[in-house]
Write a protein that binds this ligand. Structure first.
Ligand code: SF4
Length: 402
């Protein structure tokens, strides 16, 4: 299993697979062919179908422009025989239009890329575990908590990264709460985080006030992401609002110390890398269950840890969160990471608390393991019609017209 630092990436929104991944691939290609006369990039599959809404073309155009390189961008909507739904091809030409370089990359989710021909198994392994059952067994055998396990196997610099991750989440959230006006794109969607937070005090119960606050926080991050701001993938850009909304609430409103928040991020990270290894964190591969479903599982494990639940209960909280997102489709309207993504982050931040509640009181009888649920999610994702896997061809993207 890979390091948690490969999961929590800091970068520009709105989409880890459609902006961060292609930008990373472009930088890699440019290191191979830095002196070409001009370049071409061809976007296929989901990158072609939702690339404009996800700002793929803008990110690539500005990256090549900042390097003083000429770039032509092609959207190929016809090629369907793809090894991965997020395929991108770069070409470098000399002044006579002869091809100097031709490389294909796959943007596999969470800002990660694989170059065609590269063996995905060769990525550096940080944890010697195949699944969550083996992690749990190792913790029991060695009397370790999940954060202790992470600190044992990760590089010592991991805590610096985790601190930076939480500081970035805080900054994005605070910026989102201060921002007003409309999000970029054709939907003309108004930002609502500030409005939600400042609603008149018409919420008599503590639970309602809590819901209002957490949803405002989730909106703040998700709107910042949709605006192309700097956020942390948790596990992706589109689903980056769930975990920080809850951790920010527990730290700033409930006064949980930073040390506990950082440990909770490690716990969520272990759940995230386990799902990334054995399932998917890509909407183009498995639909939104692989983005919001995984974000919810990660957040549920983090909050369960803050509530001092056992590893079994943490597993249950993550499993139950993932289970009730099975089959969740990805159908972003006009290809923008706005409808349904922003609301979805807010609603799911609240549902995480229900999963933790169940974990606290009824997990003693749980039958389905997290590993089984990860496998089920992957199978379900593979069975999902391609129209519901980040292509903006089905569901709301088809029915709803602005
Ligand atoms: S619907 Fe879900 S998977 Fe699709 S872009 Fe939005 S957050 Fe990502």
């Amino acid at each position: 299993m890979q390091s948690i630092s490969e999961l929590y990436k800091i970068g520009f929104g709105p989409s880890s697979s459609h902006t961060m991944g292609p930008a990373k691939a472009a930088r890699k290609f440019l290191t191979f062919f830095p002196h070409a006369d001009h370049y071409e990039v061809i976007l296929y599959g989901s990158l072609a179908l939702t690339g404009r809404g996800h700002l793929t073309d803008q990110v690539l155009a500005s990256l090549f422009k900042s390097e003083n390189k000429l770039l032509n961008i092609v959207f190929d909507f016809k090629e369907l025989n793809l090894k991965h739904p997020n395929t991108i091809r770069f070409l470098a030409f000399d002044g006579n239009n002869f091809i100097l370089g031709d490389q294909v990359f796959y943007s596999v989710g969470g800002g990660n890329i694989i170059q065609k021909g590269e063996d995905p198994q060769q990525v550096k392994e940080t944890y010697p575990f195949a699944n969550f059952s083996s992690i749990k067994k190792y913790c029991f055998d060695n009397n370790l908590s999940l954060p202790q396990l992470a600190k044992k196997f990760e590089d010592p610099s991991i805590m610096n990264h985790i601190e930076l991750v939480f500081r970035t989440m805080e900054k994005a959230l605070q910026k989102g709460l201060k921002s007003e006006g409309f999000l970029p794109g054709t939907l003309h969607l108004k930002r609502k985080a500030q409005l939600l937070l400042n609603l008149e005090d018409t919420f008599p119960t503590r639970a309602e006030k809590r819901a209002q606050t957490i949803m405002a926080y989730a909106y703040a991050i998700s709107e910042e992401n949709a605006a192309g701001g700097v956020i942390v993938t948790a596990p992706t850009c589109g689903s980056s609002g769930v975990l920080p909304a809850l951790l920010y609430y527990y730290h700033h409103n409930l006064k949980y110390p930073l040390k506990s928040i950082y440990e909770a991020l490690l716990v969520a990270g272990i759940i995230g890398v386990t799902i990334k290894q054995n399932g998917s964190i890509s909407g183009a591969e498995c639909g939104c269950q692989a983005e919001i479903g995984v974000a919810s599982a990660m957040a549920a494990s983090a909050i369960a840890y803050l509530h001092k639940l056992s590893i079994d209960q943490i597993e249950y909280a993550a499993e139950v969160s993932l289970e009730h997102h099975l089959g969740l489709t990805c159908d972003p309207v006009d290809g923008y990471v706005q409808i349904p993504c922003i609301e979805r982050n807010a609603i799911n931040a609240l549902q995480v608390l229900d999963a933790v509640f169940l974990a606290q009181y009824v997990s003693y009888d749980h039958r389905v393991s997290l590993d089984q649920m990860i496998f089920t999610m992957l199978e379900t994702g593979r069975d999902l019609n391609v129209n519901y896997r980040e292509t903006a061809q089905g569901g709301m993207a088809k029915i709803f017209k602005k």
